[in-house]
Design a protein around this ligand. Structure first.
Ligand SMILES: [Zn+2]
Length: 279
């Protein structure tokens, strides 16, 4: 696996640590793509730690490339949803019981009625999500899941006002799996602050939310569910309560699920390899 950290930062910061010909310049912003195994990666770490009170990155993301052999031998995969849309359910009439949520991190509120969304706002993909991770899937996805006998998907109605959508359904996971300590999340790849000076909770002391953003690949603890289901949500969440955002689960799928997506040519999905840690 090749692991590249893509960061955007002010060129003034970049030039103190990197030669001018490294990365791409766009206005005053330098975009760097840094291999995690390289000495440059340690330089980025130094640079970020030096200015810890105010992160130097405008944005960061890991890009992971796998060999065919790594895809073929993976027993579990992390499923990403490429498209996010607004407005979210709550702004369209979906009701949540926030008293059920953790008072510290805001995770685990309970949805009290069907998911209401604006018909026109839903992207023309087979899967898409709102900012607080309400997932909608197309009827083609639902048909494929039935045809392939994929286990672990729960489909619920999507409402447009009083009308039930014929084209889209809400997707939830029947089962949860537990992330292992090898799943690392942070504010940046080098900052693991748990509660900010302003009182923002990035890591819940009760264990619901493990960090603002995922830094590592996903590792789950081995359990029966991991082998019996094709679609699962993580028990622990990533993110924070802010505006309409809520801490959200990570979705894990079997290799068979990915084969279905590929062979049925369903759109909107991206995958990474995930790991099952034997206890
Ligand atoms: Zn919590």
């Amino acid at each position: 696996m090749k692991e590249i950290l893509k960061i955007r930062l002010a060129n003034d910061d970049a030039r103190r640590y990197f030669r001018d010909d490294i990365g791409k310049l766009s206005g005053d912003v330098r975009v760097l793509q840094i291999n995690k195994q390289s000495v440059e990666y340690d330089r980025v770490r130094l640079l970020d730690c030096e200015k810890k009170e105010k992160h130097i990155f405008y944005s960061w993301e890991f890009q992971r490339e796998y060999t065919q052999q790594e895809w073929d031998s993976a027993a579990l995969l992390h499923m990403f949803i490429k498209k996010t849309f607004e407005p979210d359910g709550e702004n369209c009439g979906t009701v949540y019981d926030e008293t059920a949520a953790c008072s510290i991190c805001g995770a685990n509120r309970i949805q009290k009625n069907d998911l209401h969304l604006q018909r026109r706002s839903i992207p023309k993909k087979d899967i898409a999500r709102t900012l607080p991770m309400e997932i909608v899937v197309s009827k083609w996805f639902v048909e494929a899941v039935k045809k392939w006998g994929i286990r672990g998907c729960v489909f619920l109605p999507v409402m447009h006002g009083e009308m039930q959508s014929e084209d889209y359904f809400q997707l939830k996971a029947e089962r949860e799996v537990t992330l292992s300590l090898h799943t690392v999340a942070g504010v940046t790849p080098f900052d693991f602050t748990e509660i900010s000076e302003n009182g923002e909770v990035f890591r819940c002391p009760l264990g619901h939310t493990i960090g603002l953003r995922l830094v590592s690949e996903v590792h789950v603890i081995d359990a029966l569910e991991v082998h019996e289901y094709d679609f699962m949500a993580s028990k622990q969440k990533i993110g924070m309560r802010q505006g309409v955002y809520r801490p959200e689960p990570i979705y894990l799928v079997s290799p068979r699920f990915k084969r279905m997506i590929d062979e049925e040519q369903l759109s909107g999905f991206k995958f990474e390899v995930a790991h099952i840690d034997k206890v």
